[in-house]
Ligand binder design. Structure first.
Ligand code: ARG
Length: 461
């Protein structure tokens, strides 16, 4: 097949090079954006008198036909035509001849691909934003049902202080809220229109870049032609946002894997979200959570791959940059695959409230509160810390919890201890006295949930 750029060549491309060079296999998914961009470009060329208006009209209407033919599965893309841009241009030219050959006036594939990738990523970003809203909703709903579900909070994976499962769930709400905001922020920097940058040095044609920007709904125009074709920061930023989303889903997945173990038994995955073993009949494995945790790795890998691909590229466009697509597409596909199953796995799992409560009661999670009790009675905190440290040591030796000690045992550690200590170290008091803004007390959690619901509603508007 004759190449669109074949004039300067006397030999045809080696078959292996055709296969090697071609990106149609993976960039065909940008067909809609490519056509939309070309329609805007052609319309502007006609308005500016750069090409005859009749040709512009022909181009626009045939591009619309090509779009519906692609969507009807009637178009076969050619490896020889290299990429989505030249495949569509070739289809157009085959169908309308000379008018089609005028489409690429004042444009290069370098600014064309920059445009298509930006538009494609913004469309995908919108879908992921919607998924994140749902994810925030899932955690908020989980919190709503568990404001009284006391569980141990951990540091170093050692029991630390009692919290509620609602508080734990709302920590994830905060993470996914930041993910949402980060993605919006990233989209703003993607929302810049690069057409008019040409191959690297702009163009001599009187293009109306503002008109193209408005037709395509971009908010800004790139301000340097070299940067316009060689900037892929927006791809890196998105890859980074997606990595952080996967990090969050992976952390909670890891917790669910731990918590669904026999040793914890804090949660039980629904049968529909678990798998069995081919040999061990008793097994019910949290494969979904494990796969999400595992898939975080490939999304991080894509980020690393993209950063490394960009690091040594001199200005402006270089073919290395074609490698951006498979990696960012894979990150997008992975996140879109994980988030819905992550959400459904969470909303169907069973919470073993009683085991969580028993877990909180073991491991002296109320030791800080016991020390605080002494502080409120006038003892300096360092002394109180030491008194309760001794008490815990005694409890370990006698296999008792702090609240199991008799008053006599209590007072052997400090004579300022009175009967009200039992209430002060109960799990309920430990949680509900932590009534600082951002704390686990029921009152604070309910406020946090209200705020979250307002934010979620704002996102839905
Ligand atoms: N398929 C190419 C890419 O993905 C399009 C731009 C090619 N430009 C060029 N001058 N070779 O980056």
């Amino acid at each position: 097949m004759a190449k669109l750029w074949g004039g300067r060549f006397r030999k045809s491309t080696d078959k292996k090079v055709d296969d090697f060079n071609s990106s149609i296999r993976f960039d065909k998914r940008m067909y809609k954006q490519d056509i939309k961009g070309s329609i805007a470009h052609a319309t502007m060329l006609g308005k500016q008198g750069i090409i005859p208006q009749a040709d512009a009209d022909k181009i626009v209407s045939e591009l619309e036909n090509i779009l519906s033919d692609i969507e009807a599965g009637k178009v076969e893309f050619l490896i020889d035509a290299e990429d989505i841009h030249m495949n569509i241009e070739k289809l157009l030219t085959d169908r309308i001849g000379d008018a089609g050959k005028r489409l690429h006036t004042g444009r290069s594939r370098n600014d064309q691909v920059a445009l298509d990738v930006r538009m494609y990523l913004m469309d995908e970003t919108d879908e992921i934003l919607e998924m994140l809203v749902h994810t925030m909703q899932v955690f908020t709903d989980l919190a709503k049902e568990n404001t009284d579900t006391i569980m141990p909070g951990y540091t170093h994976l050692q029991k630390a202080q009692p919290i509620t499962f609602a508080h734990h769930a709302m920590a994830y709400y905060e993470m996914f809220k930041r993910d949402y905001q980060r993605l919006c922020d990233c989209k703003e920097r993607t929302n810049v229109m690069p057409l008019g940058s040409g191959a690297l040095a702009g163009t001599t044609y009187p293009l109306d870049r503002e008109l193209v920007r408005d037709m395509l709904g971009f908010s800004e125009i790139t301000m340097n032609s070299l940067d316009g074709v060689s900037d892929r920061d927006f791809v890196l930023e998105l890859a980074s946002c997606l990595s952080i989303i996967m990090m969050h889903t992976s952390r909670f997945s890891e917790e669910l894997i731990l918590w669904s173990s026999n040793e914890f038994s804090f949660v039980e995955m629904d049968d529909a979200f678990s798998t069995g073993s081919s040999i061990m009949p008793q097994k019910k494995n949290p494969d979904v959570a494990e796969l999400i945790r595992g898939k975080a790795g490939r999304v991080y890998g894509n980020l690393m791959g993209l950063l490394t691909m960009m690091k040594g590229i001199p200005l402006a466009y270089n073919k290395d940059m074609q490698e951006d697509k498979e990696q960012i597409f894979d990150s997008i596909d992975t996140v879109k695959l994980c988030l819905p199953v992550f959400c459904d796995m969470i909303s169907t799992m069973k919470i073993n409230k009683n085991n969580m409560y028993e877990g909180a009661k073991g491991g002296f999670t109320n030791a800080t509160d016991a020390a605080d009790y002494l502080v409120k009675k006038g003892l300096p905190f360092r002394d109180a810390h030491s008194v309760i440290g001794n008490m815990v040591f005694y409890c370990i030796e006698h296999n008792k919890a702090i609240e199991d000690l008799t008053m006599e045992e209590m007072q052997s550690f400090s004579d300022i201890i009175e009967d009200d200590i039992y209430d002060a170290v109960s799990m309920e008091t430990c949680v509900n006295d932590r009534n600082v803004i951002g704390g686990p007390a029921k009152e604070m959690t309910e406020k946090a949930i209200k705020k979250a619901e307002a934010f979620i509603n704002e996102c839905k508007e």
